[in-house]
Design a protein. Structure first.
Lengths: 574, 607
């Protein structure tokens, strides 16, 4: 232990504790801006400065370790003076169009400015030029970038993609894409983790809320909404709704209140995915020539990653489409036929915790209903954050809960856990075990993927006399480590689930942002609770899915399902 | 009323001199990877600040040049600006009234010519192609040794760990502690504060403090066999790293002992055998097999190609350049290579009571000069055809020689060697020179209107550079140019597949640390070419920097033994730091691995 004094308070901390963490643990607040614990301790903003007796410079508390006998002061004339000047310098280059900024009210720069009582008027803002060529999904506004390095570090260290870099030196230094690298869309997984870790509005997702209203306001259009599992674990956060009020039923009611015709559930096609992907897995396990492991394919960030980094492995992705795309295909075929509606009159909207889904819905190779007729399977993807913006005028707490619409609105407990890491694997194994053994396994039998501190988790299960070896990873740097291990022959598995975002979709790049907090785990707990409270916990027991097979697809991996529910991943362009 | 006054610098002038000094020291540090256009623009501004403002080209032209450079710097330049800028500078150069305008314009012109790729990238793409080096010393060290890391360990007295850290990148901690040219210190960020950290001095203390440190365990055997031809710093470095990676390396050397120029070029008073042997023994402990007194001719080379999976040629530059003057074949005319090679094997010529003349101005010339003095010569004179300040020898080597009562005669070009009846050297005749116009960065010597000078002497030692004896390999098909083996920056020889080469035999005579760089590069690329991707484990935990970095504090230089005593023996001249000195000097390290960009990229992000 190390003994030190902060603001006159004697404290003792573990060795290698930073001054900032020591202060926080002892109820002493030090303002921070660029800091993210264990991820971005770079001391660039110089806001968390503290005075240490006997040291002639102010030190950054975020990356200076406590030393025995140290006497620290966190709020002195010098620290206040330096913090204020440094914040003014940051403001002098930050475009302050806060009123219309997507991060207004949820901006760490704004928080620090409030905290430091920044009242001084900045006369002329030297907002640096914005040379960003729009990727049409992930956008960047250099005039709001404070060069905190968070995007660089989250992309390098958590996602292992190394997209962002600090280019140039001195006053010309700015965040951008390394010039030696290719075009942005050829190197980025579009996971959006840089956005959810950005302290300001410098990084953001293309806003499609106007297109949503255009569709809703079009009297000729039937608007059909699907909501991804992870959205329900987070949609209430922005409105400050406690988890017990932010229910699935209220979410359905809130979305309905926006004027859409149907509110369905992506859980329905998550169950459908399990039927297709699970059958595909069993088929491959029985085929000596099949290349294993088979990788899940429901996460478009992961699909982009494997195409960017390991194109030779793309053929091992499950050919099953993601639940989002299955939903689009089913809506405009099965649902349209069943209701005698022209699919071109259906506008299919999906609410996703994800940024890469905006890319996925536009991939030309995935439009299977009637591409020649100009029909997109999914027309529009909104992130959870866009949904929460649409819901701002709605008093959600006062709404009566309503069920999802039928028939595409039912989902099992197995489907809802798609939203967290390990969930797809678990759901697939529950049904695979049933398909092989003819009886349901214990639904809690496949919960071995919570392995904190490890890049990935492995587990083996006996299914019908054969051992199925599985691995699960979330976060692309972890995925990379797992793939390296597989390629080197150190890890030998049959089935691998990968989610691009740490913690899975619950921690997705389209989810609500809470500076300095990683909520994937808490949201995952909500999803697990929904699974446990669901009367049906096996995808094969989803009655409406079963009915659809009977009426329309026949059986998993049928010709029709190949046409509408599967895709050739190798053909997808980046 | 006084008619005149004694003028003293005002405090303003003194502070401006200080500022310029800091500027000069600082720009050495910043040169490592900062935007060159930005630096040119800043220099143009500085030149403008020197302008008196009288003449048009300087007053307006330099300002305009600065503005154009600034525009290019931020990415707002047009392609037409480049030509316009060059024309402008050319015009200032030829039309300014004094050197403030013309010399500034010339310097900026030459710089922008040299950085044209970067300027074009700024203009066309709005991007700088320079890449910032987060830790200047690590970037400045050709082997990229983790210098802040081992200094932090030295500060805590963890000398053995410090040696382990050095060995991640350089298997010659002891030899480099004594004789590395320390390019790291030149770019040390501490130069901005006061003076660079004495990095080599700290390494010396580390090596002395650690004693024998076993090398790390080798990785599992790969079954691959690699031959290294030449057991100098480059070859042994390759051998060390490849052996650690699990390959089996055999090192072949012509001479009876390993070490190459470290043994057969550097005198023992700079690098005693026990230090060199400590490094070599650690390398051999990894399992490297050394085959000494084993010359490789074209026939053996052909066989070697069949027997080994890869070959690294590191034969060094052990042939002597010739003087090309009358009498050079006389008895008692020696080459530096021959003298130092004999010394390396302990065959000391007797110069007792003799007069010895050395020709040359590099470090090898100084080695010969100081060796001759130690061999008992009555008088040692080093003649050089340029000025002392033009010598490529380190200033401390020249000063050391002079302190040891060697004579250094600059501006003297050798003309002929006179012999006695027996054909032995009698005198060296030299022609005084004057420094002429600049040619390739230094003034060219020109014959002075002065008569020849005859230096009576018994021995002449020519230290005028080394050549590469690569004939046998050229014969066997290895591509060469004027003796230099032609290998790429990846050390691979053309389309040879598995033959690599590096060190002096590729670059020409250079430094030990450059040879180590080549060896390290070759080891990685050979490993990769054999289908592996081994990485040397870096498992020593580096202490956090803490808040104890010293403010302005003097640099501690290593003391040397008294000149009068040391000049007659071959015992190590340089002495070690005390613990007190070491602690203080380590406290001067600014820990660029933690502060500045070191905390973000290329630095250490956790402890």
């Amino acid at each position: 232990m190390v003994n030190l004094t902060i603001n006159g308070k004697q404290i003792a901390v573990e060795e290698h504790t930073t001054i900032l963490e020591a202060a926080r643990a002892n109820g002493i607040h030090i303002p921070t801006l660029c800091y993210l614990k264990e991820l971005n301790e770079v001391a660039a903003c110089r806001i968390c400065l503290v005075e240490i007796e006997g040291v002639d410079k102010l030190m950054a508390s975020c990356n200076t370790e406590c030393e025995e006998g140290m006497v620290v002061h966190t709020d002195t004339k010098s620290t206040r003076y330096a913090r204020r000047i440094n914040l003014e310098l940051i403001f002098s280059q930050h475009k302050t169009d806060c009123l219309s900024c997507v991060r207004d009210g949820n901006c760490q720069l704004q928080e620090v400015a409030k905290e430091l009582n920044m009242t001084r008027h900045i006369e002329e803002v030297d907002a640096r030029p914005n040379r960003w060529k729009s990727s049409r999904i992930l956008e960047r506004d250099n005039s709001k970038c404070i060069q905190c390095f968070r995007c660089i570090n989250v992309c390098d260290r958590v996602q292992g993609m190394n997209v962002w870099d600090l280019l140039g030196t001195g006053k010309n230094a700015k965040v951008g894409i390394n010039p030696a690298k290719k075009h942005f869309l050829e190197i980025c997984a579009l996971c959006g983790q840089c956005i959810t870790h950005c302290p300001t509005g410098a990084l953001y997702v293309r806003d499609d809320t106007k297109k949503f209203y255009d569709a809703v306001e079009d009297p000729d259009m039937i608007t059909v909404v699907q909501v991804a599992p992870a959205v329900r674990s987070a949609y209430g956060e922005a409105a400050g709704l406690p988890a017990e009020l932010a229910t699935e039923g209220r979410m359905a009611a809130a979305i309905k209140s926006l004027g859409v015709d149907y509110v369905f559930d992506t859980n329905f096609t998550a169950d459908l995915t399990i039927m297709e992907e699970g059958s595909e897995l069993l088929k491959k396990l029985g085929d000596k020539d099949a290349k294993l492991p088979m990788f899940t394919s429901c996460c478009p960030g992961w699909v982009r990653f494997i195409k960017i980094k390991y194109p030779e492995l793309v053929g091992q992705l499950s050919s099953a489409k993601s639940p989002q795309q299955m939903f689009g295909a089913v809506t405009k075929s099965y649902f349209a036929e069943k209701n005698g509606v022209d699919p071109s009159k259906i506008f299919c909207i999906s609410i996703m915790p994800c940024t890469a889904k905006k890319y996925e819905c536009d991939v030309p190779e995935v439009q299977d209903v009637d591409a020649e007729g100009g029909i997109k399977d999914v027309d529009l993807v909104l992130t959870t954050r866009e949904l929460t913006r649409l819901l701002r005028p709605v008093d959600i707490a006062s709404l009566e809960e309503i069920p999802f619409d039928s028939p595409l609105g039912s989902g099992t407990g197995a489907a809802v856990i798609f939203g967290g890491t390990g969930g797809v694997m678990e759901a697939a194994l529950r049904s695979a075990a049933f398909l092989v053994e003819g009886k349901n396994p214990d639904p809690a039998a496949f919960k071995k993927y919570d392995n904190p501190g490890q890049a990935w988790s492995e587990a083996s299960y006996e299914v019908g006399g054969t051992t199925v070896r599985t691995a699960v990873a979330s976060g692309l740097a972890n995925a990379d480590a797992l793939i390296q291990s597989i390629l080197k022959g150190k890890t030998d598995v049959d089935f691998v689930e990968i989610m691009a975002c740490p913690g899975g979709c619950a921690g997705g790049g389209g989810q609500p942002i809470h500076d300095g907090l990683e909520l994937a785990h808490d949201r995952g707990d909500i999803l697990n609770a929904l699974d446990e409270s669901n009367a049906i916990r096996y995808s094969h027991e989803n009655k409406e899915v079963a009915a659809m097979y009977e009426e329309y697809f026949g059986e998993p991996l049928s010709e029709k399902s190949h046409h509408l529910l599967h895709t050739d991943q190798t053909k997808w362009s980046l | 009323m006084s008619r005149q006054q004694i003028l003293r610098d005002s405090s303003m002038e003194i502070s401006m001199k200080d500022l310029h000094q800091i500027g000069i020291r600082g720009s050495n540090v910043a040169a490592a990877g900062n935007c060159p256009v930005s630096q040119c623009a800043a220099y143009a501004r500085q030149c403008l600040a020197q302008s008196c403002g009288k003449c048009v080209p300087c007053r307006i032209g330099l300002a305009r040049a600065a503005e154009m450079l600034e525009r290019i710097e931020v990415g707002d330049g047009q392609e037409s600006d480049i030509k316009e800028l060059k024309d402008l500078l050319e015009s200032i150069k030829i039309s300014a009234d004094c050197a403030i305008g013309s010399a500034s314009a010339e310097a900026i012109f030459n710089s922008i010519e040299a950085i044209m790729d970067d300027i074009e990238s700024h203009v066309k793409k709005g991007k700088c192609i320079a890449s910032f080096k987060p830790i200047p010393c690590v970037a400045g060290c050709p082997a990229h040794v983790d210098i802040p890391g081992y200094i932090a360990l030295a500060k805590e007295g963890r000398y053995e760990d410090a040696v382990r850290v050095i060995r991640y990148d350089n298997p010659f901690p002891a030899a480099c502690a004594l004789v590395c040219e320390h390019p790291c210190e030149h770019v040390c960020r501490r130069n901005i504060v006061d003076a660079s950290v004495n990095i080599r001095g700290i390494k010396r203390a580390v090596v002395e403090g650690a004693g024998e440190v076993a090398p790390p365990e080798c990785m599992p055997s790969t079954g691959k066999k690699i031959a290294v031809v030449g057991g100098g710093p480059s070859g042994l470095t390759t051998a060390y790293f490849l052996q650690l990676m699990g390959h089996q390396v055999d090192v072949f050397d012509k001479r009876s002992q390993l070490g190459g120029m470290m043994r057969y070029g550097i005198p023992r008073y700079r690098l005693p055998n026990e230090y060199l042997d400590a490094d070599i023994n650690a390398i051999l402990k990894t399992g490297v097999v050394a085959k000494t007194d084993y010359a490789i001719d074209s026939e053996k080379f052909a066989k070697m190609k069949e027997e080994y999976d890869a070959i690294y040629l590191s034969i060094g530059a052990h042939a002597a350049n010739t003087l090309g003057i009358e009498g050079e074949n006389a008895e008692n005319v020696l080459s530096a290579v021959a003298l130092l090679r004999a010394m390396g094997d302990g065959n000391r010529p007797d110069f007792k009571g003799k007069k010895v003349a050395i020709i040359g101005g590099g470090n090898v010339a100084m080695d010969c000069t100081r060796t001759a003095m130690r061999l008992g010569a009555e008088k040692v004179t080093c003649v050089y055809r340029r000025r002392i300040s033009d010598m490529t020898a380190l200033p401390e080597e020249v000063e050391g020689a002079i302190a040891e009562t060697c004579e250094v005669m600059p501006m003297m070009a050798p003309v002929r060697i006179e012999t006695d009846e027996e054909g032995k050297v009698k005198a060296l005749v030299v022609q005084p020179q004057i420094p002429g116009a600049y040619d390739r960065g230094r003034p060219k010597p020109v014959k002075a209107d002065k008569p020849e000078v005859t230096l009576e002497c018994d021995y002449v030692i020519a230290a005028i550079g080394q050549a590469i004896d690569s004939g046998d390999f050229a014969q066997a098909g290895v591509p060469t140019n004027r003796g230099k083996i032609l290998a790429g920056f990846n050390t691979l020889i053309g389309d040879s597949g598995m033959i690599f080469s590096g060190g002096d035999c590729v670059d020409g005579p250079a430094t030990i640390i450059r040879a180590i760089e080549a060896g390290k590069t070759a080891a990685a690329n050979i490993d990769e070419a054999l289908g592996f991707h081994h990485e040397i484990a870096r498992d020593v935990e580096i202490p956090a920097p803490g808040v104890g970095i010293l403010g302005k504090t003097g640099r501690i230089d290593l003391p040397e033994r008294e000149a009068a005593e040391r000049k007659s023996d071959f015992t190590l001249i340089e002495q070690n730091m005390t613990c007190q000195e070491l602690k203080q000097e380590c406290g001067r390290c600014l820990r660029c691995d933690h502060h500045g960009m070191g905390a973000v990229k290329g630095g250490r992000t956790s402890w």
